[in-house]
Design a protein around this ligand. Structure first.
Ligand code: PMP
Length: 440
């Protein structure tokens, strides 16, 4: 077994080369280990619950590509479907039957997605959803909640979670004041603030966008009735409800968080527009928006709201998505739910034994660990945690060949491939990591 590579220098040399050509050495900020310190693991390949670094060292992976790898890495049937599609051509710029099949599969699971349009990233899905809501209502303003992340389009970067939370940034440079002024940011889980914003300028608000379950400031479950309240208030003022299920969609259950919380048969609430990504593309660049037919039919070429993409609905991506959703049956969700519950209690036990203040929060199988005593209800709470303790915990886990998301503000991801062997490595590593977290 090769040694964990902190000292071999291969990754350090790679990172030095990377930094000289790619800003920060990475194609997406959180990968740079900025808040936990140290050199990122350069991944050479992945299989099932494991990733392998460039020296051949394997790590049990709790990142799962930040969500997509519901079945684990390189599932043979998913890879086979992509290989078969690749042999037929990489991209056509023309409609394909696979898009129709995948859209149908999405609607079978989430009937409220009456029409579906494919894009390549979650960012495009939410950006398009906002444009669609503005086109549908003729209004300019949107509401988002602090600490929630919906990708990196200008309108949605204010007080955003994910990498901005990790770096402690309030927003991004390069967003015009005019754009920022069109986004109203409210505290999460606060119905009074929501009602107040609508009472003030409800006639100007096109949409409220929310994560089905916020998971980009750590996992903060919606308070009972909060999503219903968003539906009620938006409907009252003629604004649209955009339900961002990029993270939760097809991961927390067959019909995403909407299926878990509202129920598919007689839903307690139904958003106007859903956004999907991650699992729906099975690890390939694919995302989608779906929703009410009359709203979705405002998209070009039927309606006046423009959206397009050279690689939208790409045949390799749709093949990966189809194979993934076809394999993601009830047994897969039951397995991920069980593993998640097991890991949540093991983390809780280890941190309690070491006397480390912590709270484990979950919504279905999606969970994260905050290094503080009190429950986290919103972004202010989430930021008030001991990120240095997390960094010590993270590095101890990494030394024991368990790869956690390198940020205290991210969910931990499990997959159907996390078997007994993978779980026992993770659980076996927890006591030492908890002791490391305790050593200030
Ligand atoms: N919405 C949510 C809820 C997300 O978690 C993310 C990505 N983590 C996005 C949107 C953006 O997706 P992408 O990174 O594919 O642009």
């Amino acid at each position: 077994m090769a040694e964990v590579n902190k000292t071999t220098g291969t990754q350090d040399r790679l990172m030095a080369r990377a930094r000289a050509i790619i800003p920060g050495g990475v194609s997406s900020p959180v990968r740079a280990f900025g808040s936990v310190g140290g050199t990122p693991v350069f991944v050479a390949r992945a299989e099932g619950p494991r990733v392998f670094d460039v020296d051949g060292v394997d790590y049990v992976d709790l990142v799962c590509s930040w969500g997509p790898a519901l079945l684990g890495h390189a599932h043979p049937q998913v890879v086979g479907a992509v290989q078969a599609a690749a042999a037929r051509g990489l991209s056509f710029g023309a409609p394909t039957s696979a898009e129709v099949d995948l859209a149908t599969l999405i609607r079978d699971r989430v009937p409220a997605a009456e029409r579906v349009r494919f894009v390549s990233t979650g960012t495009e899905a939410t950006m398009t959803a906002i444009r669609l809501a503005r086109g549908a209502t003729g209004r300019d303003l949107i509401i988002k909640f602090a600490g929630l992340y919906h990708g990196h389009s200008d309108a949605l970067l204010a007080a955003a979670g994910s990498g901005l939370a990790t770096a402690g940034l309030p927003g991004s440079a390069g967003v015009t004041a005019a754009t920022a002024a069109e986004t109203i940011v409210l505290p999460y889980n606060d119905v009074t603030a929501l009602e107040g914003a609508f009472a003030l300028q409800g006639e100007r608000i096109a949409a409220v966008i929310t994560e089905a379950v916020p998971a980009n400031m750590g996992v903060v479950p919606p308070a009972a009735g909060f999503n219903e309240a968003i539906r009620r208030v938006t409907a009252q003022y003629g604004a649209l409800m955009i339900f961002d299920e990029v993270m939760t969609g097809f991961r927390v259950g067959p019909a995403g968080w909407w299926g878990v919380e509202a129920g598919v048969e007689n839903p307690t609430y139904t958003p106007d527009i859903f956004t999907f990504g991650k699992v729906v593309g099975g690890g390939m660049p694919l995302a989608a928006l779906g929703g009410r037919a009359d709203v979705m039919e405002l998209l070009a070429p039927v309606g006046p709201v423009y959206q397009a993409g050279t690689l939208s609905g790409n045949p390799l991506a749709t093949a990966a998505g189809m194979a993934t959703l076809n394999l993601a049956d009830d047994a897969v969700y039951a397995h991920v739910d069980r593993r998640s519950a097991e890991l949540q209690s093991a983390v809780d036990e280890a941190l309690t034994a070491a006397g480390v203040p912590h709270v484990v929060q979950n919504a279905g199988n999606l969970f994260s660990v905050f290094f503080r005593d009190e429950p986290v209800l919103d972004y202010d709470d989430a930021r008030d945690q001991d990120t240095a303790a997390f960094a010590r915990f993270f590095h101890s886990m990494l030394d024991q060949r368990v790869a956690l998301p390198p940020s205290a503000f991210e969910a931990w991801f499990l997959s159907a491939a996390h078997d007994d062997g993978a779980m026992s490595r993770i659980i076996g590593a927890l006591p030492a990591a908890a002791r490391a977290a305790a050593r200030a």
